[in-house]
Design a protein around this ligand. Structure first.
Ligand SMILES: [Zn+2]
Length: 132
């Protein structure tokens, strides 16, 4: 197996940390139906703006919630309605997310979509700050 690059290692570390932060924040409970690991087969780290659409927001806690598997599928299949529900439940989080999305689109256009390694280093520091 190929050795992971520093960029991949940083991103993986950010992903694990962000997932932990979001599960802790959401109380290990699906934000849509309230399911826990006792009542649902599995709880997922679910992205509001999908990963493929915005690399810079993959590891931002404002861009993810805990969903049970069923609600995660619902989110994927009914993105608009699901986003509306989350915006009602979490207005402050969604307002920050909208601002961050606008910012990352501007950055992405400026850098032709390239995410520099310094971004991941800074993101890791931001996430670590959230856990202390
Ligand atoms: Zn659910």
């Amino acid at each position: 197996m190929a050795k992971k690059t520093r960029r991949q290692l940083l991103r993986t570390e950010c992903e694990h940390l962000c997932r932990d932060i979001v599960f802790e924040r959401d109380g290990h409970r699906c934000v849509r139906c309230g399911a826990t690991t006792r009542t649902a087969a599995k709880l997922d780290w679910s992205h509001l703006i999908r990963r493929s659409r915005c690399t810079r927001l993959i590891c931002d806690p404002d861009n993810s919630v805990v969903h049970c598997r069923d609600c995660h599928y619902f989110h994927g299949a009914n993105e608009g309605m699901s986003m509306l529900q989350i915006a009602v439940l979490r207005p402050a989080q969604c307002l920050r997310l909208v601002e961050k999305y606008d910012q990352s689109v501007r950055e992405s256009n400026k850098n032709s979509g390239y995410v520099p390694i310094s971004f991941w280093e800074e993101q890791l520091e931001r996430l670590k700050d959230l856990t202390t």
